[in-house]
Design a protein around this ligand. Structure first.
Ligand code: BG6
Length: 506
């Protein structure tokens, strides 16, 4: 088993590792994700010298493109979106291994041509027959592509490793996820399946493990004796213009709670793994997800909303129903909040509040551990009027870091106590910039390093947590409208207010 991240094996200091001979095939290469994230990430890896000399990238798509057309698109995407500087000499080397295969997903000939292209790349560039297939396609295309890979012999691992990378959504509920997993596992064994949850590729998300398990300071209070509640927020200011095809009918809960936010919850709530071996890490996350369920009564502990018109900064924006491609009667939620409880000695009685939304006040993802109040305050009420709860806030983005909030005496002759913040900021503490999530994850696929990829069981358990809420929402009613640029629907405030709590204003 290979390792690239010291968190996964503290004894391994040989960083960073370079991928061995291999090729990457991207299905859905003309899509937005491919242009904005995948191609730039491949370029960044090449620029950092982490790809093998004969690395080859094959695009598969419907457009009548030549290799040169595809290379030109790739070059433009890399120049526009890559993290590292664009260098012609890096590009020229990378471009030698770029190919395009034109075809539909159900076209046998196209897959046979893909197979021949890979054989010839192995002969001319020495890819060793090792190939990762990246399915950046809608989930309803997964079965066809997987079956074609099987039929054409491309999934056959005899002449080199074969891996499949799949993008969410992995189904739309537990039942469909099971079916999808069965289809994928029929072609690729579980250890060859890499499910992308790009949040796990973020530096700050991996830092949760360092914060928790490399320090003595936090762990003693990391439990229901000290923690009152946990708030996990993923707020975005962008709207959904141009994304109707993917988002309408999916909604905020399926789009990010089922994956990103439940993964963050698992990392916050899990026990210390015996080692950072992938199987141990996954086992701890699975334990948390198995013990988690939505808090009843679901209609009071969850909320959903849909953005209406409003202002995003100084820009006047339309509501979801006026966005291009969305039906005027769409009931797709753009905001979702749920409450999860974890039946374990460590977390019994501590609600985990998970919320996400589009067109909110600003873009911010954070995890806040809200601590219980001190059992006794030897001050007058007036002295502590501005004292809130202690909080440890992991700022995932955009201002990456950690904030500790606690009470401090206000300077002056009276004993007045007020909240202050102590901040750690990545930008100030470290001078190197972090790799993009996709950069790290694509490299991990080529290295065969599975730690940062959720396994089948995690996906299914996450649906099990979310399904009851989704079923309740599907049974009737519409999401509550909220004004763009605000912090979501009133019903979301009510979710916390019922137990005397309030959402943090990030
Ligand atoms: C994706 C969701 O997984 O994450 C998008 O499908 C969302 O709806 C995106 O905008 C946010 O990613 P990030 O890395 O910008 O927080």
């Amino acid at each position: 088993m290979t390792r690239t991240n010291p968190l996964r094996d503290p004894k391994d200091r040989r960083l960073p590792r370079i991928a061995g001979p291999s090729a990457l095939v991207i299905f859905g290469v003309t899509g937005d994700l491919s242009r904005r994230k995948l191609m730039p990430a491949v370029y960044d890896l090449a620029n950092r010298g982490l790809l093998p000399p004969g690395f080859s990238l094959v695009g598969f798509g419907r457009r009548p493109w030549s290799d040169e057309d595809f290379a030109a698109t790739f070059r433009k995407a890399a120049k526009k979106h890559s993290r590292t500087e664009f260098r012609d000499e890096v590009w020229d080397r990378l471009a030698e291994g770029i190919r395009f295969v034109q075809g539909e997903f159900d076209d046998d000939d196209a897959f046979d041509r893909l197979s021949q292209t890979l054989v010839s790349l192995d002969e001319t560039r020495g890819t060793g027959g090792n190939t990762a297939f990246y399915l950046s396609v809608p989930p309803d295309a997964f079965p066809t592509v997987c079956e074609q890979l099987k039929r054409s012999g491309l999934a056959d691992q005899r002449d080199g490793w074969r891996r499949v990378v799949i993008e969410k959504p992995f189904g739309h509920d537990l039942e469909s996820a099971k079916k999808l997993n069965a289809v994928v596992n029929d072609v690729f064994p579980e250890q060859s399946v890499f499910r992308i949850d790009h949040y796990l590729g973020k530096e700050t998300v991996q830092n949760i493990l360092a914060l928790r398990f490399a320090n003595q300071l936090f762990e003693p209070t990391w439990n229901s004796h000290y923690v009152d509640s946990v708030q996990i927020t993923m707020a975005e200011d962008i709207g959904l213009g141009g994304r109707a095809g993917y988002y309408d009918g999916i909604g905020a809960a399926r789009d990010v709670i089922q994956n990103h936010l439940l993964q963050l919850m698992a990392l916050i709530a899990m026990e210390e793994p015996t080692s950072f071996h992938p199987a141990e890490l996954q086992a701890e996350k699975i334990k948390v997800l198995s013990a988690a369920s939505p808090v009843e009564p679901l209609d009071e502990t969850s909320a959903r909303g849909q953005y209406g018109p409003g202002w995003q900064g100084s820009e006047k924006v339309v509501g979801l129903l006026q966005e291009e491609g969305f039906s005027h009667t769409s009931t797709t939620e753009t905001y979702a909040a749920i409450t999860v409880e974890i039946a374990s000695r460590r977390w019994a009685g501590v609600p985990f509040y998970l919320r996400t939304g589009k067109r909110l006040g600003r873009r911010v993802t954070e995890i806040a551990l809200m601590f219980k109040r001190a059992p006794h305050l030897p001050f007058d009420d007036t002295m502590t009027e501005e004292l809130g709860q202690n909080a440890l806030v992991i700022r995932v983005q955009p201002d990456e870091g950690v904030t500790l909030r606690f009470g401090s005496k206000v300077p002056g002759s009276s004993m007045e106590v007020r909240d202050v913040n102590m901040d750690f900021s990545y930008g100030e503490a470290f001078t190197v910039s972090s790799p993009e999530a996709y950069e790290r994850l694509i490299l991990d696929v080529l290295l065969g390093e599975p730690s940062l990829f959720p396994v089948n069981a995690e996906v299914e358990l996450s649906w099990k947590i979310l399904d009851p809420v989704l079923e309740m929402w599907a049974a009737g009613g519409k999401p509550e409208e909220y004004e763009s640029g605000t912090w979501g629907p009133d019903s979301a405030d009510a979710v916390l207010a019922r137990t005397g709590r309030t959402w943090r204003r990030p």
